[in-house]
Design a protein around this ligand. Structure first.
Ligand code: PMP
Length: 425
């Protein structure tokens, strides 16, 4: 039998850190990753045959569970007609119609191949359409690995950002201004000083890359107003929240109309997909309709469209999101009650089927609070849960996801595992 350990040793000889995306290497939680052999419903099986209840769901897209027959069959049907055409195909139109119907702020949409491409393209549209160059983002929000986003606040100043990765030019970072999430006064001050230079403000409407942090009441609306007053575009990065926190995404959940929206993984049902879209007058400026260039050889791939469409059809079933929210509540209430019973400082955030677990007795509403929670305790909890056959995101700073395949029995098994792990913490 091949073991996870053997595979990781081989992988490390061949790929940086042994992985194709950093978080998979378990650096943040310590130890070594398992290698998945197959996935079905709420579960993953590793190459050693061990089964895990999965709360990562390929980082969001598996909202109907892994290997759903309707999605798999749609892919199998599409594959019979060819893998990629490099010409327009009808499924792209159905996909665009579906997105435009479900997300009212989007009149027109462009398919891409990842969330990173979606956000990079959206800020190009913001810059192209406004003729301005500065972008505002939030500390702790992740928008993929584009140069403009690998930036944190410079010390003491609101003005210039500094790169968080070698290879990001200072000149690019200078154009990104960084704000603390859920701090409206800071946003007002920034716009007062730089408003006329700001092309767009990009935000995860529910932050999912600093664990899970919902926006304060009225916060997104106030950002909407600020952007409008200053002629900047409001860009929602709904790569995680889209079609998950509600059928129409976070913008439907909170009743906000952004100018542009980025989508990712979830609209591919597990295939590599992203998209960005928004008001017609903005999207009409994208090539070839307009001068703002953006392209993709594999964009709108027929197999990816088939997978995404099959999944988007499933999640439109009446009550789908209410049911998913109820499942998420059952899970997080159960885990929180187990922690309380054991006297462990613990708090939970959740919006729809997105959740965050924090080892702190505070309600977490900011990046500073998220980073102040007990990360070492989370890491011990993570490994304890893994031993009990429950796979949580391998970092204290990632949101968790529940799917419709997480039955009550699966959720209760998870809560029992958490109780056992808390007892040992
Ligand atoms: N935006 C958000 C909110 C994300 O969570 C991610 C990925 N986790 C991205 C953008 C980037 O997407 P991708 O990894 O598909 O490039």
């Amino acid at each position: 039998m091949t073991t996870n350990h053997e595979l990781f040793a081989r992988a490390r000889q061949l790929m940086p850190g042994g992985v194709n995306s950093p978080v998979r290497a378990f650096k943040s939680v310590g130890g070594e990753p398992f290698f998945t052999a197959r996935a079905d419903g709420a579960w993953l099986w590793d190459v050693e045959g061990k089964r895990y209840i999965d709360y990562v769901g390929s980082w969001g897209p598996m909202i109907v569970g892994h290997n759903h027959p309707a999605v798999r069959e749609a892919v199998e049907r599409a594959v019979r007609d060819g893998l990629s055409f490099g010409t327009p195909c009808p499924a792209e139109i159905t996909m665009a119609e579906t997105i435009v119907t479900l997300v009212p702020s989007v009149d027109s949409v462009r398919m891409v191949n990842s969330g990173t491409e979606a956000t990079m393209s959206a800020i190009r549209v913001a810059r192209g359409a406004t003729g301005r160059s500065k972008i505002v983002k939030f500390e702790g929000c992740y928008h993929g690995h584009g140069d403009s986003f690998l930036v944190k606040a410079g010390s003491g100043a609101l003005t210039f950002g500094v790169p968080t990765s070698p290879g990001v030019p200072k000149a690019a970072a200078d154009l990104t201004l960084t704000l603390p999430y859920n701090d409206l006064d800071a946003a007002r001050a920034l716009f007062a000083e730089h408003g006329k230079d700001i092309a767009g403000l990009i935000i995860e409407p529910v932050a999912g890359n600093m664990n899970c942090i919902p926006p304060d009441d009225g916060y997104l609306q106030a950002l909407r107003t600020l952007c409008t007053e200053h002629g900047a575009l409001l860009i929602f990065d709904e790569v995680m929240t889209g079609f998950r926190v509600a059928l129409g995404g976070a913008q439907a959940h909170y009743g906000i109309t952004p100018d542009l929206t980025c989508f990712g993984k979830i609209i591919g049902g597990g295939m590599p997909v992203g998209a960005y879209g928004g008001r017609r007058e903005l999207m009409e400026q994208v090539a070839p309709a307009g001068p703002i260039y953006q392209a993709g050889t594999l964009s709108g791939n027929p197999v990816a469209m088939a997978a995404g469409l099959a999944m988007l059809r499933l999640i439109q079933a009446p009550g789908f999101h209410d049911d998913l929210t109820a499942r998420t509540e059952r899970l997080t209430d159960g885990i929180a009650a187990a922690a309380t019973k054991r006297g462990i400082p613990f708090s939970v955030n959740r919006v729809g089927a997105m959740f965050g677990l924090f080892f702190t007795n505070q309600t977490v509403r900011s990046y500073a609070q998220a980073t102040a929670a007990d990360v070492a305790a989370f890491n011990r909890f993570f490994h304890g849960m893994l031993e009990h056959g429950v796979y949580l995101a391998p970092s204290a700073f990632e949101a968790g996801f529940v799917s419709s395949a997480h039955s009550d029995a699966v959720l209760d098994e998870t809560i029992a595992a958490a109780d056992a792990v808390f007892a040992r913490l």
